[in-house]
Ligand binder design. Structure first.
Ligand code: E4P
Length: 215
């Protein structure tokens, strides 16, 4: 399973990419607004650091506007994936942009039927938002499982990108279900490294080695 960072923050991205575990980045208008400044410049820098798929979202709500913005975003860097929200306009924009050879991530997916429609118009990725479904007492991971099954049945090349991840258990479940990508906030990726028994074990090894007094 590919692991993406869900962030527009250069410090977070630069801290994790050198480890070799990061395959791409997702941003959204909220994340880029948090960073402020020149968002186009920021997206270009992110692409240069990650050298992998970097989702950048349009903010137009009509298909023509989304297509225009999508073309502009895609021209920033070869790694840009145009992100469009799942609406009728988003589906139309996805169809046009995908036909031009641009990769499109259809976002704000909350049902399997939405994912199916996005796949039919050539989305490179669909982004089911698991955390936001959990927030309203609906299983986000059940949705991922349904989408994975449907895409397998018909051999869609659209990748299932698990988004709105809140904790490492979402990551484990996504991997067990065979999701293609999981995009996580940096804090969730940091927590994937931690286990108290690893810390205790290492401390004991180092103490025992010191006690032996090897030269
Ligand atoms: C994914 O592409 C979205 O940017 C993101 O995962 C949304 O997560 P949130 O529900 O934590 O805002």
């Amino acid at each position: 399973m590919k692991l993406f960072i869900d962030s527009g923050n250069l410090k977070e991205i630069e801290g994790l990419v050198p480890l070799g575990i990061i395959d791409g980045i997702t941003t959204n208008p909220t994340l880029l607004a948090k960073e402020g400044g020149d968002y186009r410049g920021l997206l270009k820098k992110i692409c240069q650091i990650v050298k992998g798929p970097t989702s950048a979202e349009v903010v137009s709500t009509d298909a023509d506007g989304m297509i225009r913005e999508g073309r502009e975003l895609a021209a920033l860097d070869e790694h840009i994936v145009v992100k469009v929200p799942f609406t009728k306009a988003g589906v139309m924009a996805c169809k046009t942009l995908a036909a031009e050879g641009k990769r499109v991530n259809v976002t704000l997916i909350f049902s399997a039927t939405q994912a199916l429609l996005a796949a039919k118009v050539g989305a490179a990725y669909v982004s089911p938002f698991v955390g936001r479904l959990d927030d309203i007492a609906t299983s986000g991971m059940n949705l991922v499982s349904e989408i994975v099954d449907i895409f397998e049945n018909y051999q869609f090349s659209t990748e299932v990108l698990v988004a709105s991840v809140r904790h490492p258990i979402h990551v484990v479940e996504a991997a067990r279900m065979g999701a293609d990508v999981c995009t996580c906030p940096a804090s969730v990726i940091e927590s994937m490294f931690k286990h108290p028994l690893t810390d205790i074990g290492l401390e004991r090894f180092l103490k025992d080695w010191e006690k032996a007094g090897f030269k």
